[in-house]
Design a binder for this molecule. Structure first.
Ligand code: TYD
Length: 230
C-alpha cells in the first residue's frame, strides 16, 4: 500500500438544514450580524436557531467561564483545546445535529475554525492534532458556509475597549497571538473559497449584512431552496 495514501476523511453526518458559522477576531462584530442573518432567514420561512461556542448547551455554558475567565489557575494549551472541543461535542450532539436533521437551520457564533486559529495557530499546538480532536468532537460536521469577518488585532482591541471594560483570558493575549489567529482564519478561507465568505469587518453593518444575505441567497439557490435570488 502506498505510503502517501490520504487519511480517511470523516464522513459528514446527514442533515437537511442550513448550517452557517460566523468566525473572526475578537471585536469583529459577529454578535451584531448573527441576529440579523437569523431574522432574515426566519422571514424567508426557515426555522432558525442562533447559538454560540463555547456554549449552547448546559454543559457548554458551564465550560465557557472555565476557559474564558481569569482565576482558574494555569490553563495549558492542550487543556484549553480539549475544553473547547468538549463544549463543541455537546453542542453538536445535543443541539446542532438534531436540528439540522429535522430541517432546521443553525447560525453559530464560532466553530472548529476558532480552535484551528486560536489553539493551533495562536497557542502553537499541532494543527493536525487540534483538527483530529475536533473531528471526533463534531462527528465530522462541516458548516455549509463560514462568514469570516476579518479584522486586524489593533482594530479589534480598540473596538473591544470602547464597547466594554476588561478582557477575557483569550482577548488579553498580545497582538502577535491575534495576528497569528487572523492569518490562520484567512488561510482556511483561501484553502476552501467555496465554503467561505470573507468580509472586511471595517465595512458598515449594513454593507456586511447585505453581503452575507447575498452569499446565503446564492447558497439557497444552489440547494433549490426558498430565499434564492430570482
Ligand atoms: P466569543 O464568544 O466570540 O467572544 P466574546 O464573548 O468576546 O464575543 O469567543 C470567546 C473567546 O473564545 C474568543 O476569544 C475566542 C475564543 N475561542 C477559542 O479560543 N477557541 C474556540 O474553539 C472558540 C469557540 C473560541
Amino acid at each position: 500500500m502506498s505510503q502517501s495514501m490520504p487519511e480517511p476523511t470523516v464522513r459528514q453526518p446527514e442533515r437537511r438544514g442550513l448550517f452557517v458559522v460566523f468566525e473572526g477576531g475578537d471585536g469583529a462584530g459577529k454578535s451584531s450580524q448573527i441576529p440579523e442573518l437569523a431574522a432574515w432567514l426566519t422571514s424567508l420561512g426557515h426555522d432558525v436557531l442562533a447559538t454560540r461556542e463555547p456554549g449552547g448547551t448546559e454543559i457548554g455554558e458551564s465550560i465557557r467561564p472555565l476557559i474564558l475567565e481569569h482565576g482558574h489557575g494555569d490553563v495549558d494549551a492542550r487543556t484549553e483545546a480539549l475544553l473547547y472541543a468538549a463544549a463543541r461535542a455537546a453542542h453538536v450532539e445535543q443541539v446542532i445535529l438534531p436540528r439540522l436533521r429535522n430541517g432546521g437551520s443553525v447560525v453559530c457564533d464560532r466553530f472548529v475554525d476558532s480552535s484551528a486559529a486560536y489553539q493551533s495557530a495562536g497557542r502553537e499546538l499541532s494543527k493536525d492534532e487540534v483538527l483530529a480532536v475536533n473531528a471526533f468532537a463534531t462527528q465530522g460536521l462541516v458548516p455549509d458556509l463560514t462568514v469570516l469577518l476579518d479584522i486586524s488585532p489593533e482594530e479589534g482591541r480598540a473596538r473591544r475597549s470602547s464597547s466594554r471594560p476588561g478582557e477575557d483570558r483569550i482577548e488579553s493575549e498580545p497582538d502577535g497571538f491575534h495576528a497569528r489567529t487572523r492569518q490562520a482564519f484567512l488561510d482556511l478561507a483561501a484553502a476552501s473559497p467555496e465554503r467561505y465568505e470573507v468580509i472586511d469587518a471595517r465595512l458598515s453593518k449594513r454593507e456586511i449584512q447585505e453581503r452575507v444575505q447575498s452569499r446565503v441567497a446564492e447558497l439557497l439557490a444552489e440547494r433549490g431552496e426558498q430565499g434564492a435570488r430570482p
